[in-house]
Write a protein that binds this ligand. Structure first.
Ligand code: FPP
Length: 254
């Protein structure tokens, strides 16, 4: 299985909560609650598959366009979930980071995030990243703006190569490697503004299972499908094993 020496990074667009609930004649929030239980299952199962970084798309910046009642419900669910999962995450050695904007969420949720991030900071079995009020385009824009504000042209050498490396560092501020495998559940086949920079060479897997039904067996089959793919990173044949560690910025390799 070809992953970078920085670990095995799986990212998931958790889609299908609403349809799962509708199929059962229940309100959408019923699907989100079941989705939260699926999150717990996958987090607990991930290390056994060699996954070192797991990024879950919980709320996109475009999700603010949903009905107010659903948005409020999701925000309360995130707040409760963080509080109730904190000690379990610590016990499992999981380090939790939240990626995305923090200036539009409630103080209570922001404090909850800071509390869990602080308590789990020493976790080494899995880096769990939850994307909340997240937009990949926004993240790129922010990284570019902060570089423009802080970097002089002669700090980065050759403008093109230097800027790409500097931007890559800015995008990987929390030291997560590029995405190896990106899964979307729910049957749709799009990226929805998720990790666009980090997924440049990700293997994509679109699964028909609705997120609340996602369990160990789906993760197993996703990892198996990934293992059977040949990753060439633009080459004719897969790169030699010793070069894999540098594939995080594969395009920089001549
Ligand atoms: C997409 O399904 C799901 C979301 C926008 C919310 C994701 C939230 C969870 C999985 C719940 C808890 C998460 C955490 C991190 C505690 P959808 O509502 O768009 O489903 P649909 O496409 O069937 O309508």
């Amino acid at each position: 299985m070809s992953t970078s020496t920085f670990g095995f990074h799986v990212a998931i667009i958790m889609d299908g909560n609403g349809r799962w609930a509708k199929a059962r004649g229940r309100p959408r929030r019923f699907g989100h609650a079941a989705g939260a239980r699926a999150v717990r299952r996958v987090v607990e199962a991930a290390p056994a598959y060699g996954i070192t970084t797991l990024t879950l798309y919980a709320f996109s910046s475009d999700n603010w366009r949903r009905p107010r009642s659903e948005v409020d419900h999701l925000m309360r669910l995130f707040t409760r979930h963080l509080r109730s999962e904190r000690d379990r995450l610590v016990a499992h050695g999981v380090r939790l980071s939240i990626i995305g904007r923090r200036d539009r969420i409630s103080d209570l949720l922001r404090q909850g995030i800071e509390d869990v991030e602080r308590h789990t900071a020493e976790g080494t079995s899995l880096h769990l990243r939850i994307a909340l009020d997240y937009s990949a385009r926004q993240a790129l824009l922010e990284a570019a703006l902060s570089l423009a504000a802080t970097t002089k042209t002669n700090d980065i050498g050759d403008p093109r190569a230097g800027f790409e490396a500097a931007l890559s560092r800015a995008m990987h501020a929390d030291a997560a490697p590029d995405v190896d495998l990106l899964i979307r559940t729910g049957g749709e086949q799009r990226l929805s503004d998720f990790l666009l920079w980090e997924s440049a060479y990700a293997e994509l897997l679109f699964m028909n299972v609705m997120w609340p039904d996602f369990g160990n067996e789906h993760l197993a089959s996703a990892v198996q499908a990934f293992a059977s793919r040949e990753r060439r990173f633009g080459r004719v044949s897969p790169p030699p094993t010793e070069a894999k560690g540098r594939l995080r910025t594969a395009r920089a390799i001549p």
